[in-house]
Ligand binder design. Structure first.
Ligand SMILES: Nc1ncnc2c1ncn2[C@@H]1O[C@H](COP(=O)(O)OP(=O)(O)OP(=O)(O)O)[C@@H](O)[C@H]1O
Ligand SMILES: [Mg+2]
Length: 189
């Protein structure tokens, strides 16, 4: 999906007018949150964003500030910048950060859906538990699962960082600006 150029930035004004019009007419628009740590953004994430942006009216990529994953490589601001740059092409995608319960953030944002990616069976169990827990916490929030293009089914931020640190080539698996940021990190003391 990331191979196909999608809506130009100029389209965002038209999308905004469309959504405002729909609201005025009392029709529903669907806003979804795509949460994650994105440390860093990969082409797998981007693939999912492109797919999600095609089926919901508004998609918010939401970086979890206090992740339990330990020491991140990139700061939240760096991750936000990278996602912002890489998703400029989409008229209906924005980037935010959040803390605490995802369902609370969804409520604050007026979002009734959460977008998550399933790469392989290994993702399923954790994602299933999270979706069920979120449903328990707020039955009005639905979790939407999407699958990336086959070529990204093995891509994770953790693997990208590991391979890059060992000198491997990750250029086909992350956006070019992420490659630049990875190189810059590895040269900064
Ligand atoms: N290659 C991919 N294809 C589809 N979905 C993905 C891909 N990578 C991550 N996701 C999904 O994006 C969401 C956010 O994931 P997350 O930020 O944990 O990324 P990650 O690549 O799994 O990072 P990490 O290796 O640090 O766990 C999750 O729903 C995850 O399943
Ligand atoms: Mg993960």
């Amino acid at each position: 999906m990331t191979d196909a150029p999608l809506g130009p930035r100029a389209y965002s004004f038209a999308a905004f007018c469309f959504q405002a019009g729909m609201l005025l007419l009392g029709m529903h628009t669907i806003k979804a949150i795509y949460p994650g740590t994105f440390d860093p953004l990969t082409n797998g994430h981007l693939d999912l964003i492109a797919r999600g942006a095609q089926i919901v009216d508004e998609l918010v990529v939401a970086i979890l500030r206090n992740s339990e994953k330990g020491n991140p490589l990139f700061t939240v601001d760096e991750r936000k910048e990278m996602i912002f740059e890489a998703t400029r092409q989409f008229g209906n995608v924005s980037v935010m950060t959040f803390d605490g319960l995802l369902v609370n953030f969804c409520r604050e944002q007026g979002a009734k859906a959460v977008l998550r990616g399933i790469r392989a069976i290994s993702d399923y169990e954790y994602e299933f538990q999270m979706a069920m827990m979120n449903r328990k916490l707020d039955p009005n929030v639905e979790t939407l699962f999407m699958m990336p293009a086959e070529k990204y089914t093995y891509v994770s931020s953790r693997l990208i960082k590991g391979v890059f640190q060992l000198g491997g080539d990750v250029t086909a698996l992350v956006p070019p600006l992420v490659v630049e940021r990875l190189k810059a990190k590895s040269t900064t003391p």
